[in-house]
Write a protein that binds this ligand. Sequence first.
Ligand SMILES: C[S@@+](CC[C@H](N)C(=O)[O-])C[C@H]1O[C@@H](n2cnc3c(N)ncnc32)[C@H](O)[C@@H]1O
Length: 189
Amino acid sequence: MAASGAKRDKHFPLFAHDNLLRRLFSSPRKYCPYVKQDQIVADLGCGPGYYALALAESVGAKGRVYAVDSDEKAIRTVERKAAKRGYHNIEAHASSAANLSFIEDESVDFVLADGLLCSMAPQDHQSAVNEIKRILKPNGKAFLMAAKGSMSYVDKAEWEEILEGFKVERRNYESFLEDRWALVSKKHQ
Ligand SMILES: C[S@@+](CC[C@H](N)C(=O)[O-])C[C@H]1O[C@@H](n2cnc3c(N)ncnc32)[C@H](O)[C@@H]1O
């Protein structure tokens, strides 16, 4: 993963992440089947919490969701929504996914990185991938999703390189319509 200059994290208008159109085509509960009650989840690049809130409901009061985004506005929105719903199991951090020092080693059952790597500064990708490996439990799973196209910070070659560092449980291959995605776990040496 070569560093490619000083590109910066992309941040988005919050309405782009939660609107009627999105709800029609992609349920906020999309990733809930990957988690169980009481589990620990990290939603990296969580935006205003489209998936994080549903995941918090699924893991229940004894579980926890770390909601992490480098956009402070998005994190304040997650906190506001969690308070409104009375959820106390979301720990929101305005931080880059390249440094998750507030999450212990091998403590997370499920990492979600939907849209993270394609939006985050390329020079930080390797650190974020290392952090995902560090925080995942030995039997934990991570769902990685990266948009394609000229606006994306992840090209096909980098995507393949990232996946080589994991055990790939399921993935898609180049398809015209779909973004790149993979369900992965840690490689055990
Ligand atoms: C395409 S959006 C996806 C948001 C959310 N996962 C969703 O599906 O609604 C990408 C998100 O990654 C965040 N992001 C970009 N760089 C980041 C970084 N270095 N660390 C954490 N989040 C980052 C952006 O602020 C944005 O909220």
